[in-house]
Design a protein around this ligand. Structure first.
Ligand SMILES: Cc1cc2nc3c(=O)[nH]c(=O)nc-3n(C[C@H](O)[C@H](O)[C@H](O)COP(=O)(O)OP(=O)(O)OC[C@H]3O[C@@H](n4cnc5c(N)ncnc54)[C@H](O)[C@@H]3O)c2cc1C
Length: 399
């Protein structure tokens, strides 16, 4: 594989989805990833011991919008029904007052507002479909050593004296993108004072397919329903993440029960907990001649509305659209005029979502009594307005 049309760096959700979406182009494709191939642990029963549960569920899950679910299904990246949980209702409320909004998929005539899917199951499904693709070569355990611009593309040093030349280099290598940095694209970035704790917990009451989100002054707490009725995946963004992480399982369950206002009764057991630093970042350019960025390599947002991967998959769909077209019209995939079509379609939409997440984060983190009063009044007003609610639901659904 010394020369390919398209080289994708990064085999996360976006890199693999893009490789799959470019199958019809018949471009020659290569994908390299620094990590090991994604895999599933052996299937086990859920085991509870005191306040600890071994759930067998990936601590990283994503709330996929109906548009993302449709795309993943087309690309072979949606795990089978027993491992996903569509949710039709979502309840969002403010810990600092009486503001509450209930969203219902029926109001926008969608079968679901979203679907909770384990990240590793999506990765495994996409990889297994991608391995059958005859225009694609995949290499795991391969880290980029150097990237150099050539006359008609890029030459990428993948170590051990091996290089790959390509007409189009795709940076799908996540928030710390080496491709973005090596190609000198600046990113406007700021770190949040919160970390997100993710884990799976067992609750006293069944979730009945409802997603919950409570905005605390220390950060938002999301309880996302899983395929089993008493298991919930949590994303708890908090300024107190380190101390929450250090608690015993018993104390963590107690604090989580209180933070969730016992909306699913008591939290009875927790799986292992993990914390992720949070940041907002937006690359000032998504494209250069022979170069393009997708997903977190281009933009990273706060997970409070569960939109990061959805935006990335919308990037994939848009980029694959322009590249598949350009193949059939005989243009080079590295042609800047082709790539700008993608940038024009995606950069403004991603920037607006990033700004909205920032506004939510600041609004709900503010403890000034006047701000609390105003946001509760605003939340109640939105909750009482079917038109605004529909607009929000359609936006989150990717419609
Ligand atoms: C706590 C949390 C909860 C979230 N919840 C949701 C949600 O509910 N819904 C939603 O839509 N989004 C959510 N997101 C966002 C979502 O997880 C990300 O947007 C998405 O995973 C980004 O995928 P990616 O493929 O762009 O990047 P990544 O997943 O970071 O993948 C990058 C890949 O590139 C590889 N790589 C990195 N560097 C190199 C290198 N130098 N050489 C070769 N390979 C390299 C890595 O090994 C990795 O496989 C959440 C994020 C967080 C932190």
């Amino acid at each position: 594989m010394n020369r390919v049309d398209v080289l994708i760096v990064g085999g996360g959700l976006m890199g693999l989805a893009l490789a799959r979406a470019l199958e019809p182009s018949r471009f020659t494709l290569a994908l390299v990833d620094a990590g090991a191939p994604p895999s599933l642990p052996p299937a086990t029963e859920v085991e509870v011991s005191g306040a600890h549960v071994r759930s067998g569920v990936d601590p990283r899950v994503s709330a996929m919008s109906p548009s993302s679910v449709a795309l993943l299904t087309r690309l072979g990246g949606l795990p089978s029904g027993e491992f996903v949980c569509p949710f039709t209702r979502m309840s969002v409320w403010d810990a600092g007052g009486t503001g509450r909004i209930e969203f219902d998929a029926g109001e926008i005539k969608e079968p679901a507002l979203g679907t909770i899917v384990e990240n590793r199951r999506m990765l495994v499904a996409l990889l297994s479909a991608a391995m059958k693709q005859d225009n694609l070569e995949i290499r795991h355990g391969t880290t980029i050593a150097a990237i150099e611009r050539s006359t008609d593309g890029y030459t990428v040093d993948i170590g051990n004296g091996e290089t790959i030349e390509c007409s189009l280099l795709v940076g799908a290598d996540g928030g710390n993108s080496i491709v973005r940095k090596a190609c000198g694209i600046r990113s406007v970035t700021w770190e949040y004072d919160q970390k997100a704790i993710v884990t799976t917990v067992m609750t006293e009451a069944p979730h009945r397919g409802v997603a919950h989100q409570r905005f605390l002054s220390t950060g938002p707490l999301a309880l996302l329903p899983l395929a089993s009725d008493n298991l919930v995946s949590i994303v708890w963004s908090s300024t107190r993440a380190e101390s929450l992480l250090a608690l015993t399982d018993e104390d963590f369950c107690e604090q989580l029960s209180e933070a969730s206002e016992f909306v699913l009764g008591r939290v009875v057991a927790t799986d292992d907990r993990f914390a992720f630093g949070l940041r907002q970042a937006h690359a000032v350019r998504y494209v250069r001649p022979h170069l393009v960025l997708v997903g977190d390599a281009a933009h990273t947002i706060h997970p409070l509305a569960g939109q990061g991967a959805n935006l990335g998959l919308a990037d994939v769909s848009s980029l694959a659209g322009v590249l598949n077209d350009c193949h059939f019209s005989g243009q080079s995939p590295g042609d800047i005029h082709v790539l700008r079509r993608y940038e024009r379609a995606r950069a403004p939409a991603n920037a607006v979502t990033g700004l909205a997440m920032e506004a939510f984060k600041r609004l709900y983190g503010n403890e000034h009594p006047l701000v609390i009063w105003a946001r509760n009044a605003g939340t109640r007003m939105v909750g009482a307005s079917p038109n605004i609610k529909s607009l929000l639901m359609r936006w989150a659904a990717g419609r």
